[in-house]
Design a protein around this ligand. Structure first.
Ligand SMILES: [Zn+2]
Length: 60
């Protein structure tokens, strides 16, 4: 487990798809992202450290 000031939303709570999303918090502002597999919505920040997972979400 990583303990840092950024919290990962590691996988979709509905379908378990790996998601490149972080919980929003200053200075980051979240926006809506949608799981490509099940359509679950998240208010989150895109994690640019995980570019290989970016295809798993789309802007909501
Ligand atoms: Zn999902």
């Amino acid at each position: 487990m990583e303990e840092s000031d950024t919290q990962r939303i590691a996988v979709c709570v509905e379908c378990g798809l790996p998601l490149p999303l972080l919980r929003p918090g200053a200075p980051r502002e979240g926006r809506t992202w949608v799981c490509r597999y099940c359509g679950c919505h998240y208010h989150a920040v895109l994690d640019d450290q995980q570019p290989d997972l970016h295809e798993n979400v789309r802007p909501g």
